[in-house]
Design a protein around this ligand. Sequence first.
Ligand code: BEZ
Length: 245
Amino acid sequence: MQVAAAAAPHLLCPHLTAAATPRGLLLSDSEAPNFKASTMVGCICFHDFLGDSWGILFSHPWDFTPVCTTELGRAAKLAPEFAKRNVKLIALSVDSVEDHLAWSKDISAYNGNEPTEKLPFPIIDDKNWDLAILLGVLDPAEKDEKGVPVTARVLSVFGPDKKLELSILYPATTGRNCDEILRVVISLQLTEEKRVATPVGWKDGDSVMVLPTIPEEEAKKLFPKGVFTKELPSGKKYLCYTPQL
Ligand code: BEZ
């Protein structure tokens, strides 16, 4: 893998450096790094891969591991839902393209499909930890048999402007909930398109919340289905709902 942007100093060092702690990207980071990488579908340049789409990059410790296999299986099943919402998926794992190709047969079999069934997203070859280090996602608490920190389960959602919209960090031993990731993508897209927020446990189709920064008169015009405000002891009118548009 080559890094298109100017190489960060820690890229020049062995992978066990302070820079290799799982910082991940920060929401305030301006843009997704524009790295080049080998994948199961050839060499990609991350920004070109994303194009004008939303993008989800998710990292994995290794190929042929139990938790990762179940995660990639579920991500593959949900891939059409992400595609419908203009979201491209791409995984990263600290193994080679050859391993990824062999592992993807296991993932297809886990999903009850023919081993020849192709995964609906590429997996990046990160056998030299280059990208894990660039992204700062090595988990010092979880080490392989040689004592080397493994890649944490970091998931980053980028908007069409390539800005980081959401980041979730799980330890290597806890699998993600891919359905939750689809839910948050739907919420992020609603916020971007309709200027609404989504409350606790929100599901697609439930009422949404009017952003507290929108003045009452403007909210009435923006949300023709009505704005319903919950009375509160403080008398403040900040719990405002509107049916999903
Ligand atoms: C797994 O995917 O099953 C896994 C990977 C690294 C550490 C522990 C579990």
